[in-house]
Design a protein around this ligand. Structure first.
Ligand SMILES: [Zn+2]
Length: 305
C-alpha cells in the first residue's frame, strides 16, 4: 500500500487560529511513522497536470488559483478559505497525489493508497474555492480514472461530516461516477439533501446532530454500502474526513476511531468484490488533533489489511 504526501502540503498555512492548520498533517504523518505502518510505500506526490485539473475545474479558475498565492501573508478567497505563499504548490501536489495514486492502483503497482495531503478538496466546485478547499482532489482523481484509464464505473464514498458539495456539483450529470455521502444536517455547506440524486448517481444520507456509532453503522450497512455494491465500481475513491468524531469541534456527530476502522474494512470488502481491491483514499477534514490522528491511523491500518 502506498502513502502519498508532499512537504508543500505542510507549508500551506491559512493563518493563526484557522482549524485547517499544518499541525493536522504533521500529526497524521507522525502517527504513520510508527512501526505498524513501516511497510507503507512512501511516495512524494507529483504536481497535478493542468489537463488533469481542467477535467473538473474551469480553466480560468485553475489559472486564478495558481496566480493567487501571495508573496507573503495570506489572501482570502472566501470567508474560510485562504492562501499563503505555499498554497498553490500544496494544492497542485494534493490533486496530483490522487491522480498519481489512481495511476498506481490501476497499473497494479499497489492495491490501495492513502493521500495524506492538504488543502482538502471536496467543497471546491468547478469554479469556486470554498470550505478550506482549492482544487477538488478526489474529483481530479475520478476524472483522471475515466479519461486516462477508460473506466466506466468509479465510485466515491465521502464520510466527512460535511457534505461534499463540490464533488457532487462536478459529477451530478456524470453517470459513470457514483457519489455516496453521509454527513451531518443541518451543517455547512447546507447541501446534501436526500432529494439530491443527480442523474441517479448521487446518494445523500443526512444524519441529525448527535448521531452515534450504532446509527452511523446501520445507515452505511443498510443504505450506502448496498448502493456501492450494486454499482460494481471498477475503482473506489474515498473522501476521508474524520470530523464526524465525537471530539471534533466543528460538528456534533458522535463517532469513535473504531467506526472509521469498521467502515474502511467494509469499503475494502466492496473493492475486493468488484474493483480488484483498488481503493484510493484522500484526506479531507478532521479538526481535533488527537481524534484526527487516531482516526486516520485506524483508517490507514484498515486499508492495509
Ligand atoms: Zn468536513
Amino acid at each position: 500500500m502506498r502513502l502519498y504526501t508532499h512537504p508543500a502540503c505542510l507549508q500551506h498555512d491559512p493563518g493563526p487560529g484557522h482549524p485547517e492548520s499544518p499541525a493536522r498533517l504533521h500529526a497524521i504523518l507522525a502517527a504513520l511513522d510508527r512501526d505498524r505502518f513501516a511497510t507503507l510505500d512512501r511516495i512524494e506526490a507529483p504536481r497535478a497536470s493542468i489537463d488533469a485539473l481542467e477535467r473538473v475545474h474551469d480553466p480560468a479558475y485553475v489559472a486564478r488559483i495558481l496566480a493567487s498565492a501571495p508573496v507573503d501573508g495570506v489572501v482570502r478567497l472566501d470567508e474560510d478559505t485562504l492562501m499563503s505563499p505555499a498554497s498553490a504548490e500544496a494544492a497542485l501536489r494534493a490533486a496530483g497525489a490522487v491522480a498519481a495514486a489512481v495511476d498506481a492502483v490501476l497499473n497494479e503497482r499497489a492495491s490501495r493508497a492513502f493521500c495524506a495531503v492538504r488543502p482538502p478538496g471536496h467543497h471546491a466546485t468547478a469554479d469556486q474555492a470554498m470550505g478550506f478547499c482549492l482544487f477538488n482532489n478526489v474529483a481530479v482523481g475520478a476524472a483522471h480514472a475515466l479519461a486516462e484509464h477508460g473506466l466506466e464505473r468509479v465510485a466515491i464514498a465521502d464520510f466527512d461530516v460535511h457534505h461534499g458539495n463540490g464533488t457532487q456539483d462536478i459529477f451530478a450529470r456524470e453517470p459513470r461516477v457514483l457519489f455516496v455521502s453521509s454527513h451531518q444536517s443541518p451543517l455547512y455547506p447546507g447541501t446534501g439533501g436526500a432529494d439530491e440524486t443527480g442523474v441517479g448517481n448521487l446518494l445523500n444520507v443526512p444524519l441529525p446532530p448527535q448521531t452515534g456509532s450504532r446509527a452511523f453503522r446501520e445507515t452505511w450497512e443498510e443504505r450506502l454500502l448496498p448502493r456501492l455494491d450494486a454499482f460494481r465500481p471498477q475503482l473506489l475513491l474515498v473522501s476521508a474526513g474524520f470530523d464526524a468524531h465525537r471530539a471534533d469541534p466543528l460538528a456534533q456527530l458522535q463517532l469513535d476511531a473504531d467506526d472509521y476502522a469498521w467502515l474502511t474494512a467494509q469499503l475494502v470488502d466492496i473493492a475486493r468484490l468488484h474493483a480488484g481491491g483498488r481503493v484510493v483514499s484522500t484526506l479531507e477534514g478532521g479538526y481535533d488533533l488527537d481524534a484526527l490522528t487516531t482516526s486516520a491511523a485506524a483508517h490507514v491500518a484498515a486499508l492495509m489489511s
